[in-house]
Design a protein around this ligand. Structure first.
Ligand code: THU
Length: 141
């Protein structure tokens, strides 16, 4: 998959910032927005949704992933995470595993309200990940 263009990254950031405004995070006070870019150019966004039963909390990345899959998208080229913080927030382990289901070498970008940006490849973020397929196989793509 080709890396996202600067224009695509800007569009992802806009979508993630917009989604973060809808974050439901009364317990942590930590708003998160995520946006996924599909190979065809479509963007799906999500925010974290917390619950009084804390363990039911859904991260922004998985909210974006569910929205994208429900729209028929599975071939992603990049995920961008936005938090209104001074430094970028790196996706949690559960979300890394959820994203890896569809694109093991996804480009992951994190931005914040400070000048720092962070970029990595999902394969490096979750080495030797659990999978029911052999390395290189993508039966669900
Ligand atoms: N959160 C995310 O949305 N994504 C992550 O990768 C890490 C954590 C959310 C979950 C919870 O609502 C809040 O951030 C604090 O953990």
């Amino acid at each position: 998959m080709p890396p996202p263009t600067p224009e695509q990254i800007a569009a992802l950031e806009k979508a993630a910032r917009q989604a973060a405004r809808h974050s439901y995070s009364p317990y942590s006070g930590f708003a998160v927005g995520a946006a996924l870019l599909e190979a065809g150019g479509a963007i799906s966004a999500g925010c974290n949704v917390e619950n009084a039963s804390y363990g039911l909390t859904l991260c922004a990345e998985r909210a974006a992933l569910c929205q994208a899959v429900a729209r028929g998208h599975r071939r992603f080229t990049a995920l961008l995470l936005y938090t209104p913080t001074a430094t970028p927030t790196i996706p949690c382990g559960a979300c890394r595993q959820a994203l890896l289901e569809f694109v093991p070498d996804l480009t992951v970008i994190a931005v914040c309200d400070g000048p720092e940006r962070w970029i990595a490849n999902l394969a490096a973020l979750l080495p030797q990940a659990f999978a029911l397929t052999k390395p290189g196989e993508t039966p669900h793509a």
